[in-house]
Design a protein. Structure first.
Length: 369
């Protein structure tokens, strides 16, 4: 005889999921605040994207194009891809969730890495599967550790490349080696959210690997270098069979018209993107060099943020640095949930913010900038 409960109960495993907590945005009592906690670009969006967004306001009574054809066509033209292999979503988070929903279930395992994006674990558990976390090596994805963790239950592997919050990357040769060791029935997901920032000859976002295999997916976002985080635009490049399967469960109108229009204009404005990338490259080097002179360790980053490690000394730890910076209006990201209890992640911001944080951290460490 079943026992009637007094309220609806989520299915087993849901309440075991730790909800995602974004970086803080406010510094109470501070007049001027610089938010450097969410890896947002200081350049904002392309003027062409803003113009397209405004134009979309004249047609709010109409449903958006459920296939996002204008956006898929623009992405395909810029990257030399067939739009049939592209799917757009409400941020890459939605696409990651859909992949889990389609390819994972009870009894399946999905491999994630020690410092990987927290959303992977959430979506894996949400699908009823088991996340298997492997160690990283020097804050970098360890391909050998992933290969050692592969079992007959492995149905998916998530690689953030570059990683967040580390800013490190895996060379394409290592990604190929990992793929060669993966069962053909398992999906390799390459999350290349920060790919536009990388300037390394041995890096490849995933396009080549997807093009030549049936079990690789690359996801990308417009929230970083394109400055369209508010519109939640993500896309994935995948084999047509995977696109077909995911399309069967995707919401019919999962993207709004403004996002489709602004995204298409943004991706075609590559001159704007290159300006943002050049600025970022300059400041990554300046920030890293300055902080290292204060005795702080900074993980080498190819993205638009740096991971700063603080000494395990009373008065100089990350939590105290966070409080010190916040009191002055500089908001960085605490990354304890990512496995770095004594570190902060700093996004590259506008010049005045970068200089101010360098000066403030110099003061905190008892050094001069």
């Amino acid at each position: 005889m079943s026992v009637e409960t007094s309220k609806p109960v989520p299915r087993p495993g849901i309440l075991d999921i730790a909800a995602y907590v974004p970086g803080k945005e406010h510094a109470p009592g501070v007049a001027r605040v610089y938010k450097l906690s969410s890896n947002e670009t200081p350049f904002g969006a392309s003027p062409k994207a803003i113009e397209a967004f405004r134009d979309a306001a004249g047609h709010l009574e109409r449903y958006p194009d459920g296939q996002a054809l204008v956006l898929r066509t623009a992405i395909g033209a810029v990257h030399g891809l067939n739009p049939a292999n592209i799917m757009c979503g409400n941020g890459s988070d939605e696409l990651l969730g859909l992949l889990c929903h389609v390819y994972l279930g009870k009894g399946d395992e999905a491999i994630i890495t020690e410092h990987g994006f927290l959303v992977y674990k959430i979506q894996i558990m949400g699908a009823g599967a088991t996340p298997v976390t492997v160690k990283e090596k020097d804050a970098t994805v360890d391909v050998d550790a992933i290969i050692a963790a592969i079992t007959p239950k492995t149905k998916m592997v998530f690689i953030a490349n570059p990683g967040n919050p580390t800013g490190t990357y895996v060379p394409v040769s290592e990604i190929r080696r990992l793929h060669a060791a993966l069962p053909k029935s398992a999906v390799l997901v390459l999350d290349a959210a920060y790919a536009e920032y990388v300037r390394r000859n041995d890096y490849e976002a995933g396009i080549e690997l997807v093009s030549s295999n049936a079990n690789v997916v690359m996801t990308r976002t417009f929230s970083k270098v394109y400055g369209l985080a508010a519109l939640r635009i993500g896309w994935m490049f995948a084999p047509v069979d995977i696109i077909d399967a995911v399309n069967r469960v995707r919401s019919p109108f999962n993207m709004n018209t403004a996002a489709i229009s602004a995204g298409a204009a943004a991706v075609r404005d590559q001159a704007f993107v290159q300006g943002a990338v050049s600025f970022n490259q300059m400041w990554i080097e300046k920030i890293t060099g300055a902080l290292e002179t204060f005795g702080l360790k900074v993980t080498p980053s190819v993205a638009n943020f740096v991971l700063i490690h603080f000494p395990d000394v009373e008065g100089k730890r990350a939590a105290e640095a966070d409080e010190f910076l916040t009191s002055r209006g500089y908001i960085l990201r605490a990354v304890k949930a990512y496995g770095f209890p004594n570190s902060l992640r700093m996004s590259v911001g506008p010049e005045e913010a970068n200089r101010a944080v360098i000066e403030a951290l110099g003061e905190f460490m008892g050094r001069k900038a």
